[in-house]
Design a protein around this ligand. Structure first.
Ligand code: 5GP
Length: 214
């Protein structure tokens, strides 16, 4: 029976969005350490590679032309333009990970998240990560030290626009300052609870009954 249960297990797609200043990058890194079996999707993007990034690890870096070919070929599960660059999730990432019954994390922005929810329905669980307040978020953005006032103001505006979409998400998690471990554990708790929803536990329930009894 347990073998059947294992084979029945379909991975859940966890979408995590977090505007600048939410601390999403750190939280997702921690989640991976806490849960190494979880798949993390590698997106395609047209943005320039940053020094510390690696092709195929952080992103698949594409020219706009290559990216548009992927769109035309139906290779992307979702895509969106963000800050003048295109970002998208290759369908192959989803198949690779969830086909093995593993969960998948998509770290994507709000327009992409809406497309995934529309396409996958209950198979996708959307979590938005936010800073504890607008002031704290701005303080974090300033703390980076490298941006001009204008850039900071633009980031704050964009972040507010993204947070406006929070009511459409299944969960909103506050990343309290200095408590990143707690935040990652909270998201892990959500992930564990989602697997225990009654509709995902049917193989256990059916086990108590004959085929035609339920
Ligand atoms: P960055 O350029 O800082 O790596 O990412 C910018 C934004 O694009 C972030 O909010 C990130 O979550 C989002 N993003 C990364 N990959 C994807 C993707 O495949 N699809 C969508 N819709 N957004 C993405």
């Amino acid at each position: 029976m347990s073998e059947n249960r294992e084979s029945e297990r379909t991975g859940i797609v966890f979408v995590i969005s977090g505007p600048s200043g939410s601390g999403k990058g750190t939280v997702v890194d921690l989640l991976r350490t806490l849960c190494p079996d979880m798949g993390l999707s590698v997106s395609a993007t047209t943005r320039e590679k940053r020094d510390y990034e690696q092709e195929g690890v952080n992103y698949y870096f594409k020219t706009r032309e290559q990216f548009e070919k992927m769109i035309a070929g139906g290779e992307l599960l979702e895509y969106a333009e963000y800050n003048g660059n295109l970002y998208g999730t290759p369908k192959s990432e989803l198949e690779r990970v969830t086909g093995e019954g593993r969960d998948l994390i998509l770290e994507i922005e709000v327009k992409g998240a809406a497309q995934v929810k529309e396409l996958l329905g209950k198979r996708a669980v959307c979590v938005m990560l936010i800073a504890p307040s607008g002031e704290e978020q701005e303080r974090r953005l300033r703390g980076r030290g490298s941006d001009t006032e204008e850039e900071i103001a633009a980031r704050v505006r964009r972040a507010r626009e993204e947070i406006r979409e929070a009511p459409r998400y299944d969960y909103v998690v506050v990343n309290e300052t200095g408590k990143v471990q707690q935040c990652a554990e909270t998201i892990l708790g959500i992930m564990q609870s989602e697997h225990l929803r009654s509709d995902r536990m049917m193989s256990y329930i059916r086990d108590y009954f004959e085929d035609d009894e339920l």
